[in-house]
Design a protein around this ligand. Sequence first.
Ligand SMILES: Cc1cc2nc3c(=O)[nH]c(=O)nc-3n(C[C@H](O)[C@H](O)[C@H](O)COP(=O)(O)O)c2cc1C
Length: 252
Amino acid sequence: MQRFARPLRTLLKTTTTSTKAASTRPTITTPISTKSFTPVRTMASTTTTPAGNADAFLSFVKNRRTFYALNKDLPISTDRVQDIVKEALQHVPSSFNSQSNRVLVLLGAEHDKFWDITLEILKGIVPEDQFAATAARIGGFKAGAGSVLFFEDWTVVEGMQAKFAIYADRFGPWAGHSDAMLQFAVWTALEAEGLGANLQHYNPLVDEKVQQEWNIPATWKLSAQLVFGGKAGEAGEKTFEPLETKYKVFGA
Ligand SMILES: Cc1cc2nc3c(=O)[nH]c(=O)nc-3n(C[C@H](O)[C@H](O)[C@H](O)COP(=O)(O)O)c2cc1C
């Protein structure tokens, strides 16, 4: 279990403001100044989303599934895939807007190479009698059109730890939260364009080779690989625990 130096509630204080929504929002009252952390470029929000769009958004959330049967026939261009990844990378939030997420997109032959490298590494680890099954699984990923590799940049995490020592043990987990948000955003957006995708974790086995092959800084910590392609099959059955076991509300 993650242990924090101080309980969060001692660092947060609820402010009293005129609107109900704002009054429930906690404000960090740490004595540490945030002035020293200046984003490279700030952008004010210029658009206001009208009400009534949550159902459309939630339909994409519901439609995102794990698709293992993939092919190389994408319903959209690889430029469009990249635009989606870039948009998500720029706009997914991070703690203190620290922007610790990093991404490597591998397309076509580079995607194939990544899965060849992974299989080669697994060959030295997986027992011989299980290797055929492993090779078939990796072959399934290679059959896709591309892979998005997600990283967390620990130069950013350590920079934040140095600047805001009071949160030092949280920047790692927070980088993980932001990374997971990005993975989810990319996964969901690609499926919203009709692609299939599945999420894999061959890190840290492949980390060193990835660094060498694609000139990735050692400070970028690989966290996940999202394989995508055209859909060559259906998603599996999915069961749901009853909401009552997972959800509580008070004051409704
Ligand atoms: C944090 C996380 C880690 C996962 N790791 C893997 C993985 O290593 N390999 C895999 O095949 N699927 C992985 N999955 C996919 C889950 O098994 C899958 O999302 C889950 O069974 C629900 O199915 P769905 O994606 O179709 O909704 C992962 C999903 C999440 C959210």
